[in-house]
Structure formats: structure tokens, C-alpha cells
Write a protein that binds this ligand. Structure first.
Ligand SMILES: [Zn+2]
Length: 87
């Protein structure tokens, strides 16, 4: 049985420095929330994609983002970044 508070091993927890590098990348790419068009996000954890999908680059990660707009209808989103840009 798996405890619900156990993190999955493929999740990479990020430091504050890594999260701020990700935010800089999201801003540089002018990333917007697909639900509301917002541009401010809180960075969550990273999911390594490189070994899961052969079509992904080997250092690809999916980064969890939460839109900070309080009126956003679907605030949970994400962005794909190579680990070399934030690790
Ligand atoms: Zn939003």
C-alpha cells in the first residue's frame, strides 16, 4: 500500500533558485495561462519526461505551474523545459 503523502520517485522537487530560473524562462518565453491569459505563476515540482517518452529530448522536464489569477477557471498548468535551463 502506498501512503498518499509519499512523493512519487519521478517527481523532482525544486529549490527556490531553480524555481526562480524557471519563472525567468516562462517570462522570457512570454508564457501565458491557457485558461485566463495570466502571466504570473507559482512553480511547483518537475516531472522528468526524458525516459518516459521516446519523442522527448533526454533532459526534458514538465514543470507544474499554478496561475496566480484568483479568478482563473483552471489555474493548474505546466510548461516543458530542458533541465539544462534550470537545474
Ligand atoms: Zn489562469
Amino acid at each position: 500500500m502506498i501512503a498518499t503523502n509519499t512523493r512519487r520517485p519521478e517527481i523532482t522537487m525544486l529549490t527556490e533558485g531553480q524555481k526562480s530560473r524557471i519563472l525567468n524562462e516562462v517570462r522570457r518565453k512570454a508564457g501565458t495561462c491557457p485558461a485566463c491569459g495570466g502571466r504570473e505563476f507559482i512553480v511547483g515540482d518537475a516531472l522528468y519526461l526524458g525516459f518516459l517518452y521516446v519523442s522527448e529530448n533526454l533532459d526534458a522536464y514538465m514543470i507544474a505551474l499554478t496561475c496566480t489569477n484568483p479568478g482563473c477557471p483552471a489555474p493548474r498548468t505546466g510548461t516543458r523545459l530542458p533541465g539544462s535551463q534550470f537545474l
